[in-house]
Design a protein around this ligand. Structure first.
Ligand SMILES: [Zn+2]
Ligand SMILES: [Zn+2]
Length: 361
């Protein structure tokens, strides 16, 4: 028996319930979850009435914990290992993996669904194959990524989604060149992680854009060299002017609203790269002048899912960078809560100056 946050049906509010857990299959790992961050995508599941997943849904996808049991064929981790639970891991078999581009794998490895509601035995669909707002999770071996135990587990959890998405956008999806200039639109948890990734990549100037003064303060503390309050006027003009009238070499939209990507495109210098990191709402349309804003200045448009990470390589790298002080992961954990508080706090993500709330189990 374990407990977890279940979203039972489209109009029900998520609630903590008793769950039962089957043992892991041959290539699966049973993880005792110790911490799980509250990510906007969990709220997205509720806002979209299931995000296309089968009900009942087990929420949570930014978790870390300790391996409790491994399947008969598992070799990469052992009982007692500290792991981060990745929501994606390259499959090795899809067209992208086969052509040597595993960062853009389109077919994620997954474990069988092995958790049930205790009340009626119904099989749960774990959010993004994780379901880590629960005492236990059963995940594919490739998604249980060993990280150093010295990294506090509530920080390690953030490597599973928000932090690696942002940092990965700047490090691996569209790698920021040393000495270059970068703009980041939206300074929530993901945008701030883009700032950190750009800093680690050696960006010389990092412009952070948001409308919330507390978020801009976080951005400054995390490595932004200049901040732009978008409520003070056109942020595109402000960034271009600060960047010597040329614009920036890399611009990231960490928000899903199409205006973020449009601004990112228009902030780019000649031959710059605009990267969409935030998940757009269904049906969102991009409004840019294709000639003046894209073709003329030869802008490259890119998209990243989760920072295009290869979890087995990149999570340990990010963990080491946090441990030796090159990344300030600790600053991202602005509060810790209990599992029982998750359903209520989920609806208030990003409010009150929070970067990341992390449930500690
Ligand atoms: Zn997430
Ligand atoms: Zn693949």
């Amino acid at each position: 028996m374990t407990r977890g946050v279940v979203y039972a049906e489209p109009d029900a509010a998520p609630a903590v319930e008793e769950l039962t857990v089957e043992p892991p299959g041959p290539r699966e790992v049973l993880v005792r979850v110790l911490a799980c961050g509250l990510c906007h995508s969990d709220l997205h599941v509720v806002e979209t009435k299931g995000w296309g997943m089968r009900f009942p849904i087990l929420l949570g996808h930014e978790g870390a914990g300790v391996v409790e049991e491994v399947g008969s064929e598992v070799t990469s981790v052992a009982s007692g290992d500290r792991v981060v639970v990745a929501w994606r891991a390259p499959c090795g078999d899809c067209p992208q993996c086969r052509r040597g581009d595993p960062r853009r794998c389109s077919s994620q490895l997954r474990a069988k669904r092995r958790l049930h509601r205790a009340a009626d035995g119904a099989l749960l669909t774990p959010m993004l194959r994780c379901g880590t707002f629960a005492g236990h999770a059963v995940v594919h071996e490739a998604c249980a990524v060993k990280v150093p135990e010295e990294l506090p587990v509530e920080q390690a959890a953030l490597l599973a989604c928000g932090f690696s998405t942002g940092a990965g956008a700047a490090l691996w999806a569209t790698p920021v060149r040393e000495g270059s200039s970068v703009a980041v639109i939206g300074c929530g948890g993901v945008g701030l992680a883009v700032v950190q990734g750009a800093l680690l990549a050696g960006a010389e100037r990092i412009f952070a854009v948001d409308v919330a003064p507390d978020k801009l303060e976080h951005a400054r503390a995390l490595g932004a060299t200049e901040v732009v309050d978008a409520s003070d006027g056109d942020p595109v003009e402000a960034v271009r002017e600060l960047a010597g009238g040329r614009g920036v070499e890399f611009a990231f939209s960490a928000i899903g609203a199409p205006s973020g990507l449009a601004q990112a495109i228009r902030m780019c210098a000649y031959a710059g790269t605009a990267t969409l990191v935030g998940m757009p709402p269904p049906g969102a349309k991009l409004d840019v002048d294709l000639d003046a804003d894209v073709f003329g200045p030869r802008i490259t448009l890119a998209v990243t899912h989760g920072g295009d990470t290869i979890p087995q390589d990149d999570f340990p790298f990010l963990a080491e960078a946090a441990l030796d002080g090159r990344l300030d992961l600790a600053r991202f954990v602005t509060s810790t809560i209990s599992l029982d508080e998750v359903p209520e706090r989920l609806s208030r993500i990003g409010e009150g100056g929070e970067i990341r709330m992390v449930a500690v189990l």
